[in-house]
Design a protein around this ligand. Structure first.
Ligand code: ADP
Ligand code: ZN
Length: 740
């Protein structure tokens, strides 16, 4: 990296004697324990938040001027000077506080957190020409059909971006490059039209019902007050929560501030974006990890410059440089997808609340099935709650029933029970749509040898390999390992002896094809529907009734509004209840309620059928009775006595090493140094459920404290006490969501 940013001269001035010996702290985007001190040369006057270029180990690095350097100064003579202040938007105080806060809370190096906020790429000047135009006059050249299409696409005077041009002309890079080499097209700057036209708060939206209006008014008032306040917006599926928080966004726009909406699975936000455009006239800025680098850079700059007024994004959008954030919305707040599991391990819902507080803005948490954490915050008076009680347009909530698989089992070797098949057949007869939900990708979760009983296991993980028949592969869903399905058992050598055990969506699709050969089927799973475009097309096809039967994993559960869908069948309602996860029951209720909520959202009533071996289980009872509040109450009562979250705090240490012995030794040392005291307990060390992951042996320890005891100081002291060898990793997970 070299001094690529333009230097700022605005604040450079004549040297003044009283500033000699001046120093500043600079945060660098690396996992150092804190910022480094640098000397300020006389010609510069950096202020906190400024983006600067500094020397580090004979390289030039981009960093951010942090706040006051803290004690223990390095001798003046050894300090290196700041080289330049870059002409880039400074990182505001709320963002710097946020970085510090997240780092302290998650026990992450602050530089690593800051790196998420400082998109270095966005600070570099554009390397390539932004677009192309036709050369005038055109040189002599051989005009192939693809070339002709490119030139036709450039016939208008406006230059076009390369990607757009290729898409429009239906050509690849080679054609464009060929034309450029021939001098027929030349680089041209794209017009500086703002990429994100301002959403119009006055654009007419739907007329809200009285109940919706009351909720919208309360949210509008919170935004206008320009104060931190957290509201839980809950209400049954289809009650219009989205339309209601759109009014809060409208108020935020009217106030001239920016709004951020977090969605759990941004790749699937097609319908949301459409609704936003209907309400505000234009699309919002979108932010997620799959954006191309150019779009990412444009978006980052537009947020920093304030021209992107509303951003909808995944967790990482929390770290965008909003200069004037006036509202944060977290939709489907109960979703575990908001927990970031690698790198800086943080919960985006909780950090969104912190971000709002530091920006003096209200936060709105939205869900039909709020998390116990959020409900506890409401009960404690920390959050307020607004509830929508009715589905819009008089649509009724679906009727939920359990199918007892012990009483009415599927045929041998099949997975769909007769009552479910009948209900689906009836919905087709009425000209309606049906959905089968199974939260498992692939064909079968386990493959075993009929001859010797061998089970196909991942070579890197303690996990069974999942058969993906369409790809002819066995895959590990934890490390990504894939191998062809072997023709014979690798242990006993018996041929054609490997059999699939249990269903995944592929297998259910196969069965559905036999049962309903005439139905038009669509599979929705993250591997068959990887991007937003595919999801948007699926939503369109379903809305246009080009599909009769939808078969999907958890991606069908979220937010979709399909008016003609009336029957939802849950293939294995017990699936999420296995394993010792603290929140297994809560999560199953939330997920299945959300899935069921896809049914009967318009005039035709909906029906949800849960296939289960335990209809008497409280989870099934709650779903059938539609009484989630009572279930959550009972769930709360069971967690309170043991100080389990949200009534106590948890933090996990995950020890991993190349050998089991090294992992055990380090885990034992940590176990011996564990903190103790009233209201403090340490569970473990114990082998992690995923005892080997990507070839590393893993052990877990769990720190549990009373709610009034902060875990961070305990963790810091604990980790400082134990010296682990370099080859051993200890990852800290505060407020763990996954216990694998
Ligand atoms: P939720 O987010 O609570 O599940 P949505 O906001 O998705 O509910 O609303 C469900 C459907 O009802 C959507 O298609 C939405 O556009 C429609 N809807 C909700 N409120 C109104 C209203 N007041 N007027 C017209 N359509 C509405
Ligand atoms: Zn694996």
């Amino acid at each position: 990296m070299s001094g690529s940013g333009r230097k700022r001269s605005r604040r450079a001035g004549a040297p003044s004697p009283d500033r000699r010996g001046h120093r500043v702290a600079v945060m660098l985007p690396y996992p150092f324990p804190g910022p480094f001190d640098y000397r300020v040369p006389d010609a510069l006057e950096p202020r906190p938040g400024d983006i600067v270029l500094v020397p580090l180990n004979r390289r030039h690095e981009i960093g951010v001027v942090w706040d006051e350097p803290d004690g223990d100064p390095v001798p003046e003579s050894r300090l290196k000077p700041i080289e330049a202040i870059l002409d880039a938007p400074a990182m505001g105080a709320p963002m710097r506080r946020f970085v510090d806060w997240v780092a302290a809370y998650t026990l992450s190096p602050p530089g690593e957190v800051m790196a998420m906020a400082l998109r270095i790429n966005a600070l570099r000047p554009d390397a390539q020409p932004a677009g192309w135009r036709r050369a005038e006059p055109l040189p002599e050249l051989r005009l192939t059909e693809p070339r002709r299409r490119v030139l036709a696409a450039l016939a208008a005077a406006e230059p076009r971006g390369g990607a757009e041009l290729m898409r429009q002309a239906g050509v690849g890079t080679a054609v464009v490059r060929g034309l450029a080499d021939a001098g027929a097209i030349v680089p041209a700057a794209l017009s500086a039209a703002p990429p994100y036209p301002a959403p119009d708060p006055a654009h007419p939206g739907p007329e809200l019902t009285a109940e919706q209006q009351g909720a919208a008014k309360a949210l509008r008032r919170a935004v206008a007050a320009r104060q931190f306040l957290v509201t839980l917006l809950d209400g049954v599926t289809g009650s219009g929560k989205t339309e209601v928080y759109f009014e809060a966004i409208a108020e935020c726009l009217a106030q001239g501030r920016q709004a951020l909406v977090l969605l759990p699975e941004i790749a699937l936000s097609a319908q949301w974006l459409e609704r936003f455009a209907r309400r505000f006239g234009v699309a919002p800025a979108v932010w997620h990890s799959e954006l191309g680098s150019r779009v990412r850079r444009t978006a980052w700059r537009a947020v920093a410059g304030g021209s992107a007024r509303v951003v909808v994004g995944a967790r990482s959008a929390l770290f965008l440089p909003f200069p004037d954030l006036g509202l944060v919305v977290v939709d489907e707040e109960h979703e575990t997808a908001f927990k970031q599991e690698d790198g800086v391990v943080y919960h985006a819902r909780d950090m969104a609340v912190v971000r709002a507080r530091l920006s003096a803005a209200p936060a709105v948490l939205v869900s039909a099935t709020p998390s116990l954490e959020t409900v506890a915050n409401v009960d404690a008076g920390r959050y307020r709650r607004i509830t929508l009680t009715r589905r819009h347009g008089g649509a009724r909530l679906p009727e939920v029933a359990a199918i007892d698989l012990r009483k009415t089992p599927p045929e041998r070797g099949r997975f769909l029970a007769p009552p479910l098949l009948t209900a689906i057949r009836e919905s087709f007869a009425r000209g309606e749509q049906a959905m089968l939900f199974l939260n498992r990708r692939g064909y079968a979760p386990l493959t075993l040898c009929r001859h010797c009983g061998h089970r196909m296991q991942c070579q890197n993980c303690t996990a069974w390999l999942v058969e993906h028949r369409l790809r002819g592969q066995l895959q590990c869903h934890h490390c990504g390992h894939a191998e062809p399905i072997p023709p014979a058992c690798p242990i006993c050598g018996a041929e054609h002896s490997l059999v699939p055990v249990g269903p995944g969506v592929e297998r259910i699709t196969e069965e559905a094809a036999i049962e309903f050969p005439e139905a038009r089927r669509l599979v929705m799973a993250s591997d068959t529907m990887p991007g937003p475009a595919a999801a948007a097309e699926a939503a369109r096809a379903i809305g246009a009734r080009e599909v009769d039967l939808i078969i999907g994993t958890q991606i069908v559960a979220k937010g979709w509004h399909f008016p003609h869908l009336t029957v939802v069948g849950v293939v294995d309602a017990d699936l999420g209840l296995a394993g010792g996860d603290l929140r297994a029951a809560e999560r199953t209720v939330q997920l299945l309620h959300q899935v069921g909520g896809r049914a009967g959202r318009a005039e035709a009533p909906g029906k949800v059928l849960l296939q289960t071996f335990g209809p008497e289980h409280p989870v099934m009872q709650a779903l059938v009775a539609g009484d989630l509040a009572a279930f959550m109450q009972r769930e709360a009562d069971s967690r309170r006595p043991g100080n389990w979250p949200p009534f106590g705090r948890l933090a996990a240490l995950i020890v991993s090493a190349e050998t089991a012995a090294a992992a055990d030794a380090a885990a034992r040392d940590l176990g011996r140094a564990a903190p103790h005291g009233a209201g403090i307990a340490v569970l473990g060390p114990a082998p992690a459920p995923l005892a080997i992951l990507r070839g590393r042996h893993r052990r877990r320890l769990l720190l549990k404290t009373r709610r009034d005891i902060a875990v961070q100081p305990l963790l810091r002291a604990w980790l400082a006490e134990v010296e682990v060898p370099r080859s051993v990793r200890v990852d800290v997970d505060v407020d763990p969501v996954s216990f694998l």
